[in-house]
Ligand binder design. Structure first.
Ligand code: ZN
Length: 321
């Protein structure tokens, strides 16, 4: 017997074919595109629909049917044996996440009593997301290209399998550096949002490669331009220069070796000797010079019809140059 779907029936009715966006016929085991010219079929694996457009995704449907390792290791997969134990001194700190999600919740509830929010990269709970995840009135639709503790739907942000205007909000926290075409993904986010719907994104700037699926970095203005079809609610640095320095220091130390145990040892040493750098960010994070050197940026905005022009974009520079 198939486990029950974690998507509400209301949300399931809004699912569309990721290849041609037509409606789909649904059985317990699969979804089938109702457009006879397309007729794509998508399986349901352990109660989770796998709605991947194989023509444009890095992932195949079979990756999920066969439970291959995709973006993250599968839930329940045994962790690698460790020779050197890991030390829990982190160099990263999301300074703005919690207050930004508080603000996003306020904006969402001003528009709807039960906002529906799509989470991209949502197999694990994002940093600071409790104001949305802990509120029973928010309907979170948590999606990813990996089976995780919170995954409700396997989907790729390049082809979001939902009807236009389905969501009041979309969250993409530390996602857009991991997609091959962030501009296309933003078009998709715009499409599935209702009028005046809210997007919240966090994307790194000064951070080294941290996954094999890692393709792009954005400056603050580059990030703003990515969301040029949105009207800004707020934007800024989410991690500052202290964190960026700690990342650089750690990757500098690790760059001389390919040995996994040695890398683990260096990682622990780097944590021990640079964990405190992130605390400088509490002081630095909103300073113009620090805005040029941030570890990552956030953008919160409303879906708009008007497109921000590149000349208008230039007026939004807030660094120290
Ligand atoms: Zn189709």
């Amino acid at each position: 017997m198939q486990p029950r779907s974690r998507l509400s029936q209301g949300v399931q009715d809004l699912l569309r074919c990721p290849v041609c966006r037509a409606r789909m016929k649904q059985t317990e085991q699969q979804f089938e595109c109702a457009n006879s010219a397309c007729a794509s079929r998508f399986p349901v694996v352990d109660g989770i629909p796998v709605l991947i457009n194989e023509q444009s995704s890095l992932f195949s449907i079979d990756d999920f049917v066969s439970h291959r390792r995709t973006f993250f290791a599968n839930v329940g997969e045994a962790p690698r044996k460790r020779i050197v134990p890991s030390l829990k001194l982190t160099i990263g700190k999301n300074i703005k996440g919690k207050s930004n999600f508080d603000r996003m919740a306020d904006v969402l509830f001003a528009q709807s009593t039960s906002p529906r929010v799509l989470v991209l990269g949502g197999s694990v709970l994002g940093q600071g997301m409790e104001p949305l995840a802990g509120n029973g009135a928010v309907e979170l639709v948590e999606t990813d290209v990996a089976f995780g503790a919170r995954t409700m739907l396997i989907c790729d942000a390049h082809d979001i399998p939902f009807e236009n205007g389905t969501f009041d909000g979309v969250v993409a926290q530390a996602v857009l550096e991991h997609v091959v075409d962030p501009y296309r993904c933003c078009e998709e986010i715009h499409r599935v949002l209702r009028d005046r719907g809210v997007v919240y994104a966090e994307t790194p700037f000064m951070q080294q490669v941290h996954s094999r699926y890692d393709f792009t970095r954005f400056t603050r203005l580059g990030h703003r331009r990515l969301f040029r079809r949105f009207e800004e609610i707020d934007s800024g640095a989410v991690g500052g220069p202290g964190m960026a320095l700690a990342w650089s220091y750690k990757y500098f130390l690790m760059s001389g070796t390919e040995s996994r145990p040695l890398k683990r040892l260096i990682r622990a040493f780097a944590g021990l000797t640079s964990f405190y750098l992130k605390y400088f960010d509490y002081y630095l994070i909103d300073k113009p010079s620090a805005l040029d050197a941030a570890s990552g940026y956030y953008f919160m905005g409303r879906k708009a019809e008007r497109v921000l022009s590149d000349r208008e974009l230039m007026k939004l520079y807030k660094g120290s140059r």
